[in-house]
Design a protein around this ligand. Structure first.
Ligand code: GLC
Length: 568
């Protein structure tokens, strides 16, 4: 029997429902579409799914502006379609976690519609209201954080878009209503939640103004133009200073404890993963969140052996220092981030680097999260026609650039294409037919399909090619599943000075695995002296080497090779 909770050994796969599979030819993904792909997901070798929001939403923030917490968005299907999906996923031993957006609702949520009507309705105090904007706080998406509601003659606060008013979490009724929604899905059998933007739930009660001499659009432009290390540092400081009064309140700890206690009432190790990198939100290691993401790794501009070692050293030391040691959780991509294939590429070896980074993600200690499409090497697709953008923060920025910042339309369109999250949310590419098989031919998909579906970046073609990215991911996932050391073993850095390659061990009492990742176009000859170990038997190699044992004192590593070997 496996003594560990399932989420410690699972590999998660994030599905962005709008872009996964369209079953009814409306250009939008849906539950029947996802259900039809469950065999694919099972054969890929992942263990759990995280669904980005599937709730009704006016889609100002692509589903993260929710107008009904216990319903299914009509374009994704019905509650019965959801139940079928869940049942079919569980039948294939795939766990399912949902996205839980606590900080804000949609401005079309009935709670907000009621709240904004008057100053004395039953939900008057469910959101954060003020007579006049009490400070210069910005929304991180669209300028001023305070927006006027004429019905009530007051301003409401929103950390994100003005269509995403912040809930007032000081109000116990808000908490109760949200906990009811949490239980609704848990009662249906979901296995946990990914907690959206938890850091933003509470604000500084003193409403301290920020001291950055720019507004949001100005700061965006400042960051894009920052080229020198000093400028980049300044931009980073500005981002921090602009928002530091609007997030990370200590009040979150009791709230997370309360939520954790709800999950713990249920059987089956229901779990919470926070969209935050702060290990403090794991409480004592057993009373707040089960996992927080290692975003510092994901946010590296370039993945280098030295930076990975530093990241692991810091994160693991902090996790291990908790009274009940915390479990790591790594990811390199999600719906908010430039795709792995694009952002860590060097323009010459993007495919090789994407493979290395996949091997990194699936061998580092902790629970890995993959993002749909990375397994076939999907890359960012720049949408340079502003009319086709669906990520409204980019539409807003385009407008600011052209109307306020005096940037010529063509340049503004290019900047918007690069900053928008649409570029990494384009439809999943299933085959080489029109629309990449996401929707039937001639259907206008909600975002354009990346035309590289016709150049081999699609599931169907890669299934038949033994050396494809897809089969590479499958082999990696299989290797991980077969290896107790890769799933749960201790991590030990080797050759801590190596600049071109990363070398580390994962070991349990029964198995020692060596991971070698050559981040360089140069071949390496590497030797190790490890007590009691003489040979390395390859379990996995990106260079297609067989399982023939190598002497540990002399291992050759090809350019950009990933090698995983069991030591004897
Ligand atoms: C999270 C989501 C992001 C969304 C934001 C507001 O960061 O990942 O997509 O826009 O929260 O809900």
């Amino acid at each position: 029997m496996n003594p560990l909770p399932w989420w410690k050994t699972a590999v998660f796969y994030q599905i962005y429902p709008r872009s996964f599979a369209d079953s009814n030819a409306d250009g939008i993904g849906d539950f029947p579409g996802i259900t039809a792909k469950l065999d694919y997901l099972q054969s890929l070798g992942i263990d759990a799914l995280w669904l980005s929001p599937h709730f009704p939403s006016p889609n100002w923030d692509c589903g993260y502006d929710i107008s009904g917490y216990t319903e299914v968005a009509p374009e994704y299907g019905t509650l019965d379609d959801f139940k079928t999906f869940l049942q079919e996923a569980h039948a294939r031993n795939l766990k399912v976690i949902l996205d839980l957006v606590l900080n804000h609702t949609s401005d079309e949520h009935p709670w907000f519609l009621e709240s904004k009507q008057s100053r004395n309705n039953p939900k008057a105090d469910w959101y954060v209201w003020a007579d006049t904007p009490p400070n210069n706080w910005q929304s991180c998406f669209d300028g001023d954080a305070w927006t006027y509601a004429p019905e009530r003659g007051q301003y409401y606060y929103h950390y994100f878009m003005k269509q995403q008013p912040d809930l007032n979490w000081e109000n116990p009724q808000v908490k109760q209503a949200m906990w009811d929604a949490v239980r609704f899905w848990l009662d249906l059998g979901v296995d946990g939640y990914r907690l959206d933007a938890i850091g933003t739930i509470y604000e500084d009660p003193a409403l301290t103004p920020h001291n950055v001499p720019l507004n949001l659009a100005g700061l965006r432009r400042f960051s894009e133009d920052a080229k020198t290390p000093a400028q980049k540092k300044r931009a980073e400081k500005y981002w921090y200073d602009m928002f530091c009064h609007q997030w990370a309140s200590p009040k979150l700890h009791p709230l997370m404890k309360e939520l954790r206690a709800i999950l713990d009432e249920y059987e089956g190790d229901r779990m919470l993963v926070g969209e935050d990198d702060n290990i403090d939100y794991m409480g004592n290691g057993a009373d707040e969140l089960h996992l927080v993401f290692n975003f510092p790794l994901m946010k590296l501009e370039r993945i280098t052996p030295a930076l990975v070692r530093k990241n692991q050293k810091e994160r693991l030391a902090r996790l291990n220092a908790l009274p009940t040691p915390g479990w790591a959780c790594n990811t390199l991509g999600n719906h908010d981030r430039s795709r792995i294939y694009t952002c860590y590429g060097d323009g010459l070896h993007n495919a090789e680097l994407a493979r290395l980074n996949a091997a990194l993600l699936l061998t580092l200690p902790g629970t890995p999260f993959l993002y749909n499409g990375e397994e076939i090497g999907m890359s960012d697709y720049l949408i340079t026609d502003p009319a086709l953008l669906r990520d409204t923060m980019a539409t807003w920025y385009y407008q600011q650039m052209t109307e306020e910042l005096g940037i010529p339309p063509q340049e503004a369109a290019q900047r918007a294409a690069e900053m928008t999250r649409d570029k990494n949310r384009t439809p999943m590419q299933w085959n080489s037919t029109a629309n990449g098989g996401f929707s039937p031919a001639k259907v206008q998909t909600w975002l354009p399909v990346n035309p590289n579906y016709a150049e081999g970046v699609n599931v169907r073609e890669q299934q038949d090619q033994p050396e494809s990215m897809l089969n590479y991911y499958k082999r990696l996932l299989h290797t991980r599943k077969q290896s107790p050391a890769l799933q749960t073993g201790e991590y030990k850095t080797l050759h801590p000075q190596a600049q071109e390659y990363l070398a580390f061990l994962r070991h349990t009492p029964t198995q020692t695995v060596l991971v070698l990742l050559n981040y360089s176009p140069n071949r390496q000859q590497i030797g190790f002296r490890l007590p009691g170990k003489k040979t390395a038997r390859p379990l996995f190699s990106s260079a297609g080497r067989g399982s023939q044992e190598q002497p540990l004192g002399k291992i050759h590593l090809g350019a950009f090779e990933a090698l995983i070997a069991e030591l004897h």
